[in-house]
Design a protein around this ligand. Structure first.
Ligand code: FNR
Length: 342
């Protein structure tokens, strides 16, 4: 099976992959404040991932890899949305275009459509320094994502079976590229120990890619007859993983992602410690099923709802959302408690 066919399967099956569990967000509630002393007109949505300035805390996370006309078309549409709505955008894994330069156009279109926006390159942890430099150059990237997808690879019959030395390769890349590097998961979450290991080699930003949204174990199982169903309920739920990342000793920029589909969940993610929120599957579904205009409307709606909720919280900036008091119950409470976090 070609890389292009496999990646298209991912898109097809992701569209049918309804959220596995967003219950962890239900475990988290904001404490109501009757005297917020705030005004909608004063609320600002801009944020930072390290030194990278974002005019919105939401960004379009990596989705389309594999090359081909479908990648081109989806990347072009997402880039138009990103430009119109001022969102940063990560492209999908660029390895296909590094191996076959004829596929470069399917990624280059993102920079062409959005010459001055924030574009994030993407590769897996098998990438070498040369691959990383090529990926950054291809889209004139402002940052590079390196994804960790052990469970997805193990679930794929043609996937990798050897995950040694990922940290060494990442370390080599972060010290020799000119843009910030974000190490990301793809839907199974990161533990505090993982984030600590990444921090100790100098990684300054992680995207915890938590459990609760797009589920690559389910997607890969749908693509074949033999099923590793035990991985479908595997992973660290998104809100918990954000807290895990926020608990390491040296502060690190945190991107929350994995299952976000509304403003309230996004603000809960930010209140738990994220600096920005990445959205993949939810935006892809709207784009493919309902079109580009609907996706732009949805982003407007989310931005508006964020302004309203932040006013209710008395938090007029994203950094102030982090101080909003939260009540945590249920499984999330027990998980955090067992991990010594309260
Ligand atoms: C992805 N994702 C992804 N991530 C990555 O780092 N490189 C990639 O090439 C891809 N490809 C990809 C294709 C499709 C169709 C989807 C839906 C997703 C993972 C994505 O960036 C994100 O981490 C997860 O999807 C979890 O977020 P959501 O979808 O729950 O918002």
């Amino acid at each position: 099976m070609s890389r292009e066919q496999r990646k298209w399967d991912h898109i097809r099956f992701a569209l049918g992959n309804e959220q596995k569990s967003s219950s962890a967000f239900h475990d988290i509630k904001f404490l109501h404040n009757s005297l917020p002393n705030s005004s909608v007109s004063n609320v600002r949505l801009d944020s930072f991932i390290g030194e990278l300035y974002l005019s919105s805390p939401i960004f379009i996370n990596a989705m389309t890899g594999g090359g081909g006309e479908k990648t081109y078309s989806i990347n072009q549409k997402l880039a138009i949305v990103a430009k119109e709505k001022g969102l940063a955008m990560a492209v999908g894994s660029q390895m296909a275009a590094i191996k076959d330069p004829l596929q470069r156009y399917t990624y280059e279109i993102v920079r062409k459509e959005n010459p001055s926006g924030i574009v994030i390159a993407n590769l897996g942890s098998e990438a070498t320094l040369e691959h990383a430099k090529a990926a950054i150059e291809m889209v004139e990237a402002d940052a590079l994502q390196i994804h960790l997808n052990v469970i997805q690879e193990l679930t794929m019959p043609e996937g990798d079976r050897d995950f040694r030395d990922a940290l060494k390769r990442i370390e080599m890349i972060i010290h020799h590229v000119q843009v910030p590097v974000i190490v990301k998961e793809v839907g199974f979450g990161m533990s505090r120990e993982t984030v600590q290991s990444l921090s100790s080699i100098g990684v300054q930003a992680v995207d915890i890619g938590g459990f609760g949204g797009t589920n690559f174990a389910t997607i890969e199982n749908k693509r074949r007859l033999q099923e590793y169903t035990f991985f479908e309920d595997w992973g660290i739920p998104t809100p918990i993983s954000i807290v895990e990342a926020a608990m390491i000793e040296k502060p690190i920029s945190i991107i929350g992602s994995g299952g976000f589909s509304n403003a309230l969940e996004m603000l809960k993610g930010l209140a738990l410690g994220a600096d920005a929120i990445g959205v993949a599957g939810y935006f892809l579904k709207i784009l493919v099923r309902e079109g580009i205009e609907k996706l732009m409307d949805e982003i407007d709606r989310i931005h508006n709802e964020m302004l309203i909720i932040m006013t209710a919280l008395g938090a007029e900036s994203i950094s102030k959302v982090k101080n909003a008091p939260l009540i945590i119950s249920g499984e999330t409470y027990h998980w955090l408690n067992q991990r010594g976090i309260d």
